[in-house]
Write a protein that binds this ligand. Structure first.
Ligand SMILES: Nc1ncnc2c1ncn2[C@@H]1O[C@H](COP(=O)(O)OP(=O)(O)OP(=O)(O)O)[C@@H](O)[C@H]1O
Length: 782
């Protein structure tokens, strides 16, 4: 039996060992001593026993830590003794000396000194989120059974058990069972595991953000940020301010890895951002200036799909719902008792609520740091107050928040401020209430005006000391592939389909399009002819392009944010293409059915066999054109940065489809013909003509009649006179444009079959797919 110091709270007792830090926090958040009072912050306080006594420090909790009724300064160690009254919010804690049996190796080695012995004794230790693991890492981004440490053949080993967010050994993903040396570091989420120290939560050990001598130069040689260093402690709420264009967003993107610094290094909880980006990015929340939510989805669906796309695959629905409830509660989103906010569409929320939903999406993964770019700009003063109060509460319960703002009054809610002068100079970092005195002015507005003058800025510029710092150039940050392509594709498809189906107005318009256009075709053409086939091809192109043109550009902020997290470009494109194709199929069926029925039952007397045929193949071919045209629309949508620009270029993309199809005018110029190879208008019309001729040729006896009807119908202006309508033996192909489909053209007979038409369209699809891919990839570095 030995005497040991214990911490006692309610019925719980935790022994203290020398050099051991015990964390205290709210139940369910992985603290060593968990307290159930809701007033307790997630990471409330820490107690540490050293050779010279026992010390306590408050970790910036919302409701404070008290020793003998005196509130402790956050992040400052205070010595405590057996007689002290220690209180965390309303929970009392006592320090006591107790007699205990000598300990045996613990089941949870993270709380045990002999970590290596524990592995040897058990043979292997499981690591994961679920409570039955030997090492429990209570973090939503950790998989239930995440990894395993083992001792075999005289060596220690680490193996990832197929976790969603991976296990890293010295910064590299553990793909196969790997030998572990004493000097190695295993990282899972923000837990660092070494054979010497066991599992440690890095968030408790070092500053949240440390930037060492970072600089940003844009490719056009414009300086985004001048050399600067920063150190942001954990659980602080920081305002990032400065005149317009001084580099606030640039700094935010350097710190969160979206657009890394050109030189220098950023550390997040002691881990190099460049070396560990794939790990760190899962624990960073970032809400850019634009909302990162879809207006068509309800709040619940928004959070549900975000959870499905970001949390480990094995997260049960009950866990997801619990997390959704928690983030809604943390952000005070459920104040309206009349209607559950979960059921309200994001588009029907106020600006402040919408911003909170964007933040809620980010909080699902329990980020350790939250970057917010001007969240208060669109909010009214009343909303700002409650909004910033909930952010402050969030920061003091463990989430470091860096918020870009222009509003001086926001400083009343933050702990620290960082101020940038023009041209990216760091001119102030420290407690927010010292900002004006630092610049010897009366108010923040004067700080702004002083820091807009370059000559004044240089006197306040805080140039970092380079002593002992080795500069790294261009820390390359790579975007990661998703954890499962199929699952990501499934959830993206499902979310996008939901968005489209929820937009009822758009749905009605989509269905009205084929009815109106096909109706007009039937009205204008009293008999079936090549002009109808041409308009079928052009309508299919129109459906495809117009349905897709706004679909990427309209959600660029969501794309960029998700891409930073783990979005794969291919699954993204495919999810869009699949949903758009479904709509294209419905539109095509409606269109072809109307055309078919009209010309089937409304024929010239004696020419009953002249109508659109075969029905099935016509539907499939028109769908194929529309499906292919969706790619043109998606390419336009990915190549430009605003919906207005895309809508301006849509007609430019559509006109060649009409002009180069060979119906309006004969194609007899080699340059124009080469251009026509790249249009769906040409291959679509030609394909329809071939289908028609194939069907007519089976009519044997009537074939001449068929052909004569086709040729006997005058082509509508302006095509009059442009077609060969000379002989009654002509086919639709002849009517269409003999130069395009017969010998004597650049490519002669090579494409003289329907199958070849399909092949060319397929090749065009590949071309456009590659173009979309690279247009989207380019957005990574912007
Ligand atoms: N991708 C880029 N390429 C070139 N220059 C850029 C790029 N992004 C930003 N800049 C320039 O870097 C400077 C800082 O821009 P940044 O957007 O970071 O400023 P800001 O302080 O956030 O501005 P605001 O308050 O208006 O949002 C500006 O002069 C801007 O024109």
């Amino acid at each position: 039996m030995t005497n040991k110091i214990h911490l006692i709270c309610n019925e719980k007792t935790v022994p203290l060992s020398e050099n051991q830090t015990i964390s205290l926090g709210r139940k369910g958040h992985g603290a060593d001593l968990e307290l159930s009072d809701r007033m307790i912050s997630r990471r409330h306080a820490e107690i540490n026993m050293r050779h010279d006594g026992v010390f306590i420090q408050d970790l910036g909790s919302s409701n404070g830590t008290f020793v003998n009724n005196k509130r402790l300064e956050p992040n400052t160690w205070t010595k405590i003794s057996f007689d002290d009254m220690i209180r965390l919010a309303s929970e009392s804690i006592q320090l006591k000396q107790k007699e205990v049996n000598n300990e045996k190796p613990s089941a949870n080695p993270s709380k045990f000194i002999g970590f290596k012995q524990a592995i040897v004794a058990k043979g292997s230790l499981s690591i994961g989120r679920q409570s039955n693991n030997d090492i429990v890492l209570d973090d939503p981004t950790v998989t239930r059974q995440h990894a395993q440490l083992s001792f075999e053949n005289g060596s220690f080993w680490i193996q990832d058990l197929g976790s969603t967010n991976k296990t890293y050994l010295n910064g590299k993903e553990v793909k196969t069972k790997s030998r572990l040396k004493d000097s190695d570091t295993v990282t899972i989420s923000f837990y660092r595991i070494t054979l010497k120290d066991g599992a440690k939560d890095l968030r408790k050990e070092s500053s949240a953000i440390k930037a060492l001598s970072i600089q940003k130069k844009y490719p056009n040689n414009k300086i985004g940020l001048q050399d600067m260093s920063l150190d942001i402690p954990h659980s602080t709420f920081v305002a990032l301010m400065g005149p317009s264009g001084c580099g606030k967003s640039t700094l935010l993107k350097c710190l969160n890895g979206e657009n890394p610094a050109t030189s220098g290094e950023v550390f997040i909880h002691g881990l190099s951002l460049a070396d560990n980006f794939n790990l760190i990015k899962k624990k960073i929340g970032y809400v850019p200036q634009d909302d990162i939510v879809h207006k068509e989805l309800t709040v619940y669906k928004t959070l549900y799909y975000a959870a499905k796309l970001r949390l480990p695959d094995d997260t049960a629905l009950s866990e997801i719902n619990k997390r959704i409830d928690k983030v809604i509660n943390d952000l005070n989103l459920d104040q309206d008792k009349e209607k559950d906010i979960r059921d309200i569409k994001v588009g029907n929320l106020s600006g402040g609520q919408r911003k909170r939903v964007s933040i809620a999406v980010e909080l699902l993964t329990e980020p350790t740091i939250l970057f917010l770019d001007e969240p208060t700009s669109p909010l009214d003063p009343e909303t700002i107050e409650s909004f910033l109060k909930s952010l402050k509460k969030l920061a003091h319960s463990g989430t470091t928040i860096v918020m870009v703002t222009h509003k001086p009054e926001d400083l009343n809610y933050v702990d620290q401020a960082i101020f940038l002068g023009v041209q990216g100079h760091l001119v102030f970092k420290g407690p927010a209430d010292l900002l004006t005195s630092h610049f010897e002015v009366q108010n923040i507005v004067e700080v702004y005006s002083k820091m807009s003058d370059l000559s004044v800025v240089s006197t306040y510029y805080q140039k970092p000391s380079k002593i002992g710092f080795k500069s790294t150039n261009n820390p390359e940050v790579k975007k990661e592939k998703p954890d499962s392509y199929w699952l990501q594709l499934y959830w993206l498809f499902s979310r996008y389909l939901n968005i489209k189906l929820n937009d009822k107005e758009n749905l009605v318009l989509l269905l009205a399009q084929p009815i109106i256009i096909a109706g007009l075709v039937c009205l204008v053409f009293n008999k079936f002819q090549v002009g109808v086939l041409f308009l079928m091809a052009i309508s299919a192109i129109w459906f495809g392009v117009s349905n897709a043109a706004k679909e990427i550009v309209g959600e660029l902020s969501v794309y960029r944010r998700e891409r930073m997290y783990n979005l794969n470009i291919n699954t993204y494109i495919l999810s869009k293409w699949m949903v758009l194709s479904l709509f294209a199929l419905v539109q095509t069926v409606i269109f072809v059915t109307i055309i078919y029925l009209n010309f089937r039952f409304n024929t010239f007397e004696g020419f009953d066999d002249v109508y659109l045929r075969p029905y099935g193949q016509s539907v499939l071919f028109m769908f194929f054109i529309s499906f292919s045209a969706s790619l043109i629309g998606l390419w336009l949508s990915s190549a430009f940065n605003s919906t207005e620009k895309v809508m301006t270029v849509v007609p430019i993309a559509l006109m060649p489809q009409i002009m180069l199809a060979g119906v309006m005018t004969k194609i007899n110029n080699p340059v124009v013909e080469v251009l026509s190879f790249f249009t769906l208008g040409r291959w679509g019309t030609e394909g329809f003509a071939r289908l028609q001729d194939k069907a007519s040729s089976t009519l044997d006896s009537e074939s001449e009649v068929v052909q004569s009807v086709l040729t006997s119908i005058p082509v509508q202006p302006p095509a009059q006179g442009t077609m060969e309508v000379a002989s009654s033996a002509l086919t639709v192909l002849d009517l269409y444009n003999s130069d395009l489909v017969h010998e004597g053209t650049l490519i002669g007979d090579v494409f003289d079959s329907f199958d070849m038409n399909l092949l060319v369209i397929t090749l065009l699809n590949i071309l456009f797919y590659v173009m979309i891919y690279y247009a989207l990839k380019k957005k990574d570095s912007i």
